[in-house]
Design a protein around this ligand. Structure first.
Ligand code: GDP
Ligand code: IMO
Ligand code: MG
Length: 436
């Protein structure tokens, strides 16, 4: 039975949270495979807005078991705050499960994230400042603290000491900061052990057993393809693999069990933080998309940079993720634009490119080449079938589908769960439904 993956196709904030919520009632488990509280997934249910940073949006669907996979880095303070926020709003979080192998974002990772960004000066990445990069650096550098370490005080002390011996040298000698106390940090981390104990399990067994029983597991990726440390616009990326392959590693579900890979695509492009962005608009149209699309980062409150739809990016995302379906979001935001531009090629120093250029230097020099499609003025937020869309909107969607080389299976026409046009079934095989 199916495991299905949700992946952001651009630079994040495509509407992955809403897509997860949409599928919520047809799935049994929602697992977050990568990232940490650098994400910001918004879900609007009957006008009520929820913003999740660390927990998967599936936590909002009664009957779904939300899981934090081994590939996630967990800030325990952020975890506690989010659970408290949800509990206060009447959401039952008692079924949340966390991988014993997930890594911890320790307070010194947050400090290092901030001082490193300052140190980079003009070359700063514009991170969310949540300690994500430093936590993944320690994971790969084999200096990380895992959730399971919190259940063995002496191991934890040794690991904190090992990590801090290196960090303190960096903090004091390079960054001119105070040393971090080993005992204090160990105690601080240990204080979460009792709260965590009932939630921590072998999530790979949990998820694979569920698949064996014929249940449906949805992997809700954080971040997006162009923020992927391998496939994104390096070094202006996050430190995990948000692409489809990363969701297998980050949850312990083998690729042979994955039946659907759903790419979430915004009808235009946005980016938070630094880095190249060929179709970025620094004129009134950029301001229009920012304002009408409400493009302000959930996590850090930064305005998102906005630009037209980039078909080369999506084709590349289809390639590196092997998307089976696309969900096109925020089509309603384009209403009222007379001629809607679509970037179909890049001019790189006089050479025309129809696919993503091989090097970052070329991508930095890329000038967008546009074709335009006639726009529409009718309010589409109430449309629930493709037939109800104005012809120009239908043609725009059809053109995006052609350029992507992948079918568009749902179209978002508003933030609310209901504001969606279903085109094809997003879950493969016989539609599964829970009693939720
Ligand atoms: P995520 O990080 O991919 O989950 O996306 P975010 O939640 O950060 O950003 C997407 C924003 O767009 C949120 O405010 C959503 O409520 C909103 N949204 C999602 N789909 C649609 C849509 O089809 N139309 C409109 N107008 N807003 C949408
Ligand atoms: P969701 O899941 C948009 C960006 C940051 C920065 C870069 C590195 O909501 O789509 P990091 O703190 O991860 O080291 O920052 O990645 N970034 C996101 N941008 N949406 C996100 O998540 C993001 N997560 C990280 O702005 O440019
Ligand atoms: Mg977001």
């Amino acid at each position: 039975m199916p495991a299905v993956v949700i992946v952001g196709a651009q630079w994040g904030d495509e509407g992955k949270g809403k897509a997860t919520d949409l599928l919520g009632e047809s799935v049994d488990y929602v697992v977050k495979p990568n990232g940490g509280n650098n994400a910001g997934h918004t879900v609007v249910i009957q006008g009520e807005k929820f913003e999740l940073k660390l927990l998967p949006a599936g936590i909002l669907t009664p009957g779904v078991t939300p899981v934090i996979g081994n590939g996630v880095v967990v800030d325990l303070e952020a975890l506690t705050e989010e659970i408290e926020m949800l509990t206060a709003r009447g959401v039952d979080t008692s079924s949340l499960r966390i991988s014993a192998n997930a890594h911890v974002v320790a307070p010194y990772h947050r400090t290092l994230d901030k001082v490193t960004e300052r140190f980079l000066g003009k070359r700063a990445i514009g991170t969310t400042g949540r300690g994500i990069g430093p936590a993944y650096m320690d994971k790969v550098g084999r200096l990380g603290i895992r959730i399971q370490d919190l259940f063995d005080a002496s191991i934890l002390r040794q690991k904190v000491e090992g990590a801090l011996r290196q960090k303190n040298a960096l903090l004091v000698k390079l960054y001119n900061r105070r040393e971090v106390d080993i005992d204090e940090t160990t105690e601080q981390l240990l204080s979460y052990a009792d709260m965590l104990r009932p939630m921590v399990v072998d999530t790979t067994a949990l998820l694979n057993d569920a698949l064996d029983r014929g249940e449906v597991v949805l992997m809700e990726g954080g971040q997006a393809t162009f923020l992927d440390v391998d496939h994104g616009t390096y070094p202006f990326v996050t430190s995990s693999n948000p692409t489809a392959g990363g969701s297998c590693t980050g949850s312990g579900i083998g690729p042979t069990r994955v039946d659907g890979v759903i790419g979430i695509v915004k009808a235009y492009t946005t980016r938070v933080g630094a880095g190249p962005f060929p179709t970025e608009l620094e004129d009134e149209w950029g301001e229009f998309l920012q304002r009408v699309g409400g493009e302000v980062g959930v996590n850090t409150g930064r305005p998102r940079r906005c630009g037209w739809y980039d078909a080369l990016m999506i084709r590349y995302a289809v390639r590196v993720n092997g998307f089976t379906d696309l969900v096109l979001t925020k089509l309603d935001v384009l209403t009222g634009i007379e001629e809607v531009p679509i970037c179909v090629a890049y001019d790189v120093d006089g050479t025309l490119h129809h696919e993503m250029p091989m090097t970052q230097t070329e991508f930095h020099h890329a000038e967008p080449v546009y074709e335009t499609m006639p726009g529409w003025t009718e309010d589409i937020s109430g449309c629930r079938t493709v037939e109800e869309l104005p012809e120009a909107a239908r043609n725009y969607v059809k053109r995006l589908e052609e350029l992507a080389g992948c079918r568009i299976s749902a179209i978002g026409v508003g933030p609310d769960r209901e504001a969606t046009i279903a085109v094809h079934d997003l879950l493969p095989g016989p539609q599964h439904s829970t009693s939720a």
